[in-house]
Design a binder for this molecule. Structure first.
Ligand code: A2R
Ligand code: GDD
Length: 315
């Protein structure tokens, strides 16, 4: 039986990836979380790991000897990366390097999937949309730069040491249980709070003109597993929907699902120093490699996320 290790499993994507593997793969699962995080997951071995401690990663890998490693651990927010660039660089660059270097020291070659970001493309030119994997990277923020760096280091380790490392560039993925530091969860949470009478009927927003490529997290983890099984070492794969949607439209889709009259107000602190206008994925490489297709529409995801926040506020 294959053994899968998920590093950084206590975050948003981790629980969906565990769920998908448990339902669809005959793999045993070991996951890591930060020491201060809590996690309950029947049938899964749970270990504490801070990827800034290289010896701890080496010990864990020697003990667990996984066949597949999904590296999810990160400082995952663009907004936070403006406020805490040092932490973002430490975790996303040094931490990922620590993981790769620990893998390099093993006496066998597990498959590694590094999760990067559509943000790596950054300032994409009009004639480059939808953006392909070999496009020039012009990151527009610290988070994007760290993920571009992770991608480059991953490709170097694959080439230089013959390691079985693949890279993903995941575009915006959303769904129930995401932190409300991200736009869809934030707007749904605010709407649910207004409906519950916990907040005046004003929704606070940032830049509504940006266009981003949104997918349901459940479709995204399916793509990760497909790539783990079928992807090619040293390659990078876009994972997205292939369609960029204006944030204003996302807001409209949420507001039109509410019976409340809600006013929209731009909050200057939600605006970023730079917010690239459009990021849209070309997903033909992923489709050709795995046969993956999107199954869940954006409307369904938004409905599920809004419902999640309505229920959560009742708890
Ligand atoms: O920061 P925390 O305590 O929430 O923990 C996060 C964890 N993490 C770490 N794990 C090990 N060592 C570290 N030094 C370290 N720093 C942070 O990684 C959290 O539990 C997990 C990341 O989860 P989320 O922030 O919820 O990200 P999500 O949405 O699950 O994204 C997965 C991947 C990331 O690489 C994103 O950059 C990419 O997909 O979009
Ligand atoms: N968070 C937030 N809050 N974003 C807002 C708001 C708001 O009130 N109003 C407008 N936005 C805009 C942001 O300026 C950005 O253009 C877009 O909504 C999406 O922002 P986020 O949801 O915070 O995500 P992100 O695009 O910065 O990053 C996410 O997607 C990346 C892949 O493209 C994260 O999931 C990253 O981890 C991921 O790599």
């Amino acid at each position: 039986m294959k053994r899968a290790l998920i590093i950084g499993a206590a975050g948003f994507v981790g629980s969906y990836l565990i769920d998908h593997i448990q339902k669809h793969c005959v793999w045993s699962i070991v996951v890591t979380k930060m020491p201060q995080e809590t996690m309950e997951c029947p049938g899964v071995d749970i270990c504490d790991l801070d990827i800034l401690a290289p010896e701890a990663i080496e010990r864990l890998l020697e003990e667990q000897r996984p066949d597949y490693i999904f590296h999810l651990a990160a400082q995952s927010s663009v907004a936070v990366s403006w406020k805490n660039p040092g932490l973002t660089v430490d975790v996303n660059v040094k931490g990922s390097l620590n993981v790769l270097d620990a893998v390099r020291k093993l006496d066998y070659k597990p498959r590694v999937l590094l999760i990067g970001s559509g943000e790596e493309y950054g300032h994409v030119r009009e004639n480059e949309v939808p953006v392909q994997e070999d496009n020039v990277l012009r990151p527009g923020n610290i988070y994007a730069a760290t993920k571009a760096c992770q991608n480059m280091i991953g490709a170097i380790y694959a080439q230089a040491y013959g390691m079985d490392v693949m890279m993903v560039r995941a575009f915006n993925h959303v769904g129930p249980n995401q932190s409300p530091i991200f736009v869809v969860a934030d707007f749904c949470k605010q709407t649910a709070e207004i409906e519950a009478g916990l907040k005046e009927p004003v929704i606070k927003v940032g830049n509504l003109s940006a266009r981003r490529d949104f997918s349901d997290v459940r479709d995204v983890v399916r793509a990760y597993v497909e790539l783990m099984e079928k992807g090619k070492a040293g390659e990078t794969y876009n994972v997205g929907s292939g369609n960029a949607v204006e944030i204003r439209k996302i807001l409209d889709m949420i507001l039109c699902r509410s019976k409340k009259e809600i006013r929209v107000e731009v909050e200057p602190s939600r605006m970023r120093p730079v917010d690239v206008p459009v990021i849209e994925a070309d997903i033909s490489k992923l489709k050709t490699c795995t046969g993956w297709e999107q199954k869940i529409t954006l409307e369904e995801t938004i409905q599920d996320t809004l419902e999640y926040w309505r229920q959560k506020l009742k708890e």
